[in-house]
Design a protein around this ligand. Structure first.
Ligand SMILES: Cc1ncc(COP(=O)(O)O)c(C=O)c1O
Length: 456
C-alpha cells in the first residue's frame, strides 16, 4: 500500500473516517455520518443501532419488489458462480434473454434495447440515439424534471437545482413548462385551459424554426423527484400527436415511474401512448444489482442496421444485472405487484387525503399507484410554497430536513430528500394495507413538524 494506516476498527472510527473522506450525494459535507444500514427485509430495514424501520421510499423509488427476496439472491448468486461478466462484444445468455423480456413487457413496437448500468445512463443512451437517428441537435425538456447526473442527462434536468452549477450539456435544450396544474405556469385551470401547456410547446417549435430543428422531447410520464406531478389524461396523447405531426421523437423517462410503480408496467400505458424511446432502471432489478435499459421502436432500431451506433461501455449488459432483472421482472406478475400498486395505491391516496384534512401544511395531495405526494405549503389559500426551489443548496435545516429527522426518530423513511416541496410516499409494491396504515400513522405524527411552519 502507498500510505500507512489500518482500516477503521470500530463504529466511531468508521463514522469519523466517512465524514472526513467520503463525498455524500447532492448535499454539503455532513457533520456526522448518516445512519448505517445493516440489513433489510421486505418493507423494513434495520440500522446499526438495532432499530427496525419502515421503508416508505423504496430507496429512491427503486426497491419495488421489496428487500432481500431470496429468489433474486439465488438467481444472482447462480450467475455469479457461473460467469460474473464478460466483454460486451460477446453475448451472454442473461443479456440476450433480458432483451426479449423487455420487448415483451413494454408497449407497442418497442423492440431493440441498449442495456446499461442505471437511470442516468439509460437517458444518456436515449438522448444519443435520438440525436444520431434524427441528425439534429436540439432536445425539448420540461421545467421541474430530473433525468440524471451525467452531462447530457443533467443538461436536460431543467428547473432542478442539481443542474444549476453544471450546464455542461446535452447540446441545445429548449425548456418548456410541464402540466403542473397545482402551479400552472400559465395561470390556467384544468380543464378550461384547453391544455395550454401542449399548445405552448407547439408554438415554441414553430417559432424556433419547426420540427426539423428538434430531435426529441424528453419527459417523465409521472414526474418523480420534482413533485409527483400526474398529468391530465389528455396530455401525453396530445404530446404524441404533436411529436408525430412535427416529426420529433418522444422519449419517456420511466426510470422512476416504470415497473408497476404507478399501477401499470409503464406509466405511459395509462394513456395508451407508445413513446419512440423508453428509458428504465430502478425497478428493472429493484436495486439488487445496478442496471438500466433504453428500448426503442423498431424503425429506430432498424436505422442502425446501416448507420454506426455510436455508444457503448465496458459493463454494458452486465451479466449480473441482467440475471437480477430476469429474476425480478417475473415477480411483478407472479406476485400480483402491479395490481397491488393499483389497488393499494388508491387506498394510500385516500389515506393521504385524510392527512390533508388534518394538516394545514399539506396544500395538495396527488398520485398514481403507490406513488403519492404531499405538497407542503406555508398557506393553503395562497398556495405559497413551504420552500423555495433552491432550498437544497441553502445551508442548514429546513422544514423538509426537520420532517425527515422526525420520521427517522419515529422509525420511518419517506422520500424527503427530493428537490421539490413534495414529500413522496412510495413503499415497495409488496406493501400491505396494515403497513400503509402504519406508515400513515407515523406520517400523521411527524407532520406536526411542518404544520409549525404554516403562516396564516
Ligand atoms: C426520472 C429519473 N430519471 C433518471 C434518474 C437517474 O437515475 P440514476 O440515479 O439511476 O442514475 C432518476 C433518478 O432518480 C429519475 O428519477
Amino acid at each position: 500500500m502507498n500510505k500507512n494506516g489500518a482500516l477503521p476498527n470500530d463504529r466511531v472510527a468508521l463514522d469519523a473516517y466517512e465524514v472526513e473522506n467520503l463525498f455524500p450525494t447532492w448535499s454539503y459535507l455532513p457533520e456526522k455520518a448518516p445512519l448505517r444500514v445493516v440489513s433489510a427485509k421486505g418493507v423494513r430495514f434495520t440500522t446499526e443501532d438495532g432499530r427496525e424501520r419502515l421503508d416508505f421510499s423504496s430507496c429512491f423509488v427503486s426497491h419495488n419488489i421489496g428487500h432481500q427476496d431470496p429468489r433474486v439472491i439465488e438467481a444472482v448468486t447462480r450467475q455469479l458462480n457461473q460467469l460474473a461478466s464478460f466483454a460486451p462484444t460477446f453475448s451472454t445468455e442473461p443479456r440476450a434473454l433480458l432483451a426479449k423480456l423487455l420487448e415483451l413487457i413494454t408497449p407497442g413496437d418497442l423492440t431493440r434495447s441498449f442495456i446499461s448500468l442505471g437511470g442516468t445512463e439509460a437517458n444518456e443512451a436515449a438522448i444519443k440515439i435520438a440525436l444520431q437517428y434524427t441528425g439534429r441537435r436540439r432536445i425539448i425538456s420540461r421545467y421541474r424534471t430530473y433525468h440524471g447526473d451525467t452531462a447530457a442527462a443533467m443538461g436536460v434536468s431543467v428547473g432542478d437545482f442539481r443542474s444549476w452549477p453544471q450546464e455542461t450539456g446535452a447540446g441545445e435544450v429548449t425548456r418548456v413548462p410541464q402540466p403542473y396544474c397545482y402551479r400552472c405556469m400559465f395561470g390556467q385551470k384544468y380543464p378550461e385551459c384547453g391544455m395550454r401547456c401542449v399548445k405552448y410547446i407547439d408554438e415554441v417549435i414553430e417559432l424556433e424554426g419547426g420540427g426539423e430543428k428538434f430531435a426529441a422531447i424528453i419527459a417523465e410520464p409521472v414526474t418523480g423527484a420534482n413533485g409527483i406531478i400526474v398529468p391530465p389524461k389528455e396530455y401525453f396523447p396530445l404530446l404524441r400527436e404533436l411529436c408525430d405531426r412535427r416529426g420529433i421523437l418522444l422519449i419517456a423517462d420511466e426510470v422512476m415511474s416504470g415497473f408497476g410503480r404507478t399501477g401499470k408496467w409503464f406509466a405511459m400505458e395509462h394513456w395508451d401512448v407508445v413513446p419512440d424511446i423508453l428509458s428504465m432502471s430502478k425497478g428493472i432489478t429493484s436495486g439488487y444489482v445496478p442496471l438500466g435499459a433504453t428500448i426503442v421502436r423498431k424503425h429506430i432500431g432498424d436505422h442502425f442496421k446501416d448507420h454506426f451506433f455510436s455508444h457503448g461501455a465496458t459493463y454494458a449488459g452486465h451479466a449480473l444485472g441482467c440475471a437480477a432483472a430476469l429474476a425480478v421482472i417475473p415477480i411483478y406478475e407472479s406476485d400480483g405487484l402491479i395490481e397491488n400498486s393499483r389497488v393499494l395505491g388508491a387506498y394510500l391516496l385516500d389515506r393521504a387525503r385524510e392527512l390533508q384534512d388534518r394538516h394545514p401544511s399539506i396544500g395538495d395531495v396527488r398520485g398514481l399507484g403507490l406513488f403519492v405526494g404531499l405538497e407542503l405549503v406555508k398557506n393553503r389559500e395562497t398556495r405559497e410554497p413551504m420552500l423555495g426551489v433552491d432550498f437544497k443548496i441553502r445551508r442548514g435545516s429546513n422544514p423538509k430536513t426537520a420532517l425527515a429527522q422526525r420520521l427517522a426518530e419515529l422509525g420511518m423513511m419517506a422520500v424527503t430528500a427530493n428537490p421539490s416541496n413534495v414529500v413522496a410516499l412510495a413503499p415497495p409494491l409488496i406493501v400491505t394495507k396494515d403497513e400503509i396504515d402504519e406508515g400513515i400513522a407515523i406520517m400523521d405524527e411527524a407532520l406536526a413538524v411542518t404544520d409549525a411552519y404554516v403562516e396564516n
